[in-house]
Design a protein around this ligand. Structure first.
Ligand code: PLP
Length: 417
């Protein structure tokens, strides 16, 4: 029987080599080479990730934690090895602090329902910010409706940076949890998470970080940060869809009741009483996304082989080039100009709807996102219905930005600007 081996590590030399690892970058759209600038929505996958998922189904498919046969044991080993890999990637103390979920959205809902709901009383407060994705707003609104707790929102300034003074003021005796994004998806702002956590902890308030965007652009060290919860999605860090991670400190997971019931999350079941499994399996009811977890492990191997610092430095160079060029376009307004930002170029063009810009760019082979980016309150804050968002990944280059600029010049021609 063939082992589920992985592909050779990527060539870390430079972006041309990295690009060659992503088969989809060879595609053409509307007869033009694909320029993929929608990484904030989802990233493309390197061949090693595609291979890992494929190899699991070709050579190793079986259910985990249940079988005594070789395939099942091997699948279990590979699934749990992926968990350990993820723990190392974000510097968790133990693999048991890694819960596999479908993605960031599910991770935040799990914390809202299993951690917050049993603890909240009427008048208690959950503190979020004005730059959150709907996934870090709606689960808290639901739990507030269920418990009588109140959602408080820290404002942001005109650059899209968190108002830190307002944050300190809003942290109150009633605050039970702070839930903030690490890197804002519609603006690119990087939050001062060390400061956010230190201030919250000084008042014994736990902190959840939404790492959906940060995970592919910034080194994440949950141990040094000392955050209590960290959520991210595999598909935003070059892994597959349908798999994600909730990191939580072991003591918190131990104290939380299961969220969903079913197979695998139990130790024993009778009609009178069910004894739950140990962490993290207590939170993984039903057959998990085994291939997805293994392929996410391959994605993190890929990122590690290049190095997150190397990726961040490369992306910062492309971001600076793009920001300068976009700001020179008359009538273009960048939304999100915080001093500390990464990877996201959100903008509006005078007199042209974002969707029209997105459609013309698409005809030019350039894939961007146009809309509210699941952050409607951010659009309201900046008084725009939608923005065009170009978001970077490790394989983007200045040439990609030049293609974006050419596409925008065409928008100018079509709309007589
Ligand atoms: N939070 C942020 C900051 C995001 O950018 C996203 C996705 O765009 C999410 C949460 C939700 O991620 P998912 O849809 O993978 O659960």
């Amino acid at each position: 029987m063939k082992p589920i081996e992985s592909m050779p590590a990527p060539d870390p030399r430079n972006v041309a080599h990295w690009r060659a690892d992503f088969p989809i970058l060879g595609e053409r759209v509307h007869g033009r080479p694909l320029v993929y600038l929608d990484n904030g929505a989802t990233t493309q996958k390197p061949a090693s990730v595609i291979y890992a998922e494929n190899a699991f189904y070709r050579h190793g498919n079986a259910n985990v934690h249940r079988g005594v046969h070789l395939l099942s044991l091997r699948a279990t080993d590979a699934y749990e090895a992926a968990r350990a890999k993820i723990a190392r990637f974000i510097h968790a103390r133990r693999p048991e602090e890694i819960v596999f979920v479908r993605g960031t959205t599910e991770a935040i809902n799990l914390v809202a329902q299993s951690y917050a709901r049993p603890r909240l009383a009427p008048g208690d407060e959950i503190l979020i910010s004005a730059m959150e994705h709907h996934s870090n707003i709606v689960p808290w609104q639901l739990v507030c409706e269920q418990t009588g707790a109140v959602l408080k929102v820290v404002p942001i300034d005109d650059t899209g940076a968190l108002d830190v003074v307002a944050y300190e003021g809003l942290l109150s005796e009633r605050t039970r949890l702070v839930a903030m994004t690490h890197l804002a998806n519609a603006l690119g702002s990087i939050n001062p998470v060390e400061h956010i956590i230190a201030s919250a902890h000084a008042k014994s308030v736990p902190v959840l970080l939404d790492g959906a965007q940060a995970i592919s652009h910034l080194p994440v060290d949950v141990l040094t940060l000392d955050c209590d919860f960290y959520a991210f999605s595999g598909h935003k860090v070059y892994g597959p869809t349908g798999i994600g991670v909730l990191y939580a400190k072991a003591a918190l997971l131990e104290a939380m009741p299961p969220w969903q019931g079913g197979g695998d999350m139990i130790r024993s079941v009778t009609f009178e009483k069910t004894e739950y499994n140990a962490i993290p399996w207590k939170f993984e009811a039903g057959t998990p996304n085994i291939a997805g977890a293994i392929a996410l492990g391959a994605a993190l191997d890929y990122v590690d082989a290049i190095g997150m610092e190397v990726i961040a430095a490369h992306e910062a160079g492309v971001l600076a080039y793009a920001s300068g060029a976009l700001q020179a376009i008359p009538g273009l307004r960048l939304i999100g100009t915080a001093a500390d930002k990464a990877s996201i170029l959100s903008f509006v063009l005078d007199g042209v709807h974002a969707h029209d810009v997105g459609t013309i760019l698409d005809r030019h082979g350039v894939a961007v996102r146009a809309g509210h980016h699941c952050a409607m309150p951010v659009m309201q804050r900046f008084g725009v219905p939608a923005t065009v968002r170009a978001s970077l990944g490790l394989y983007n280059t200045r040439e990609d930005i030049d293609a974006l600029l050419e596409g925008l010049a065409q928008v100018g021609e079509v709309f007589g600007r």
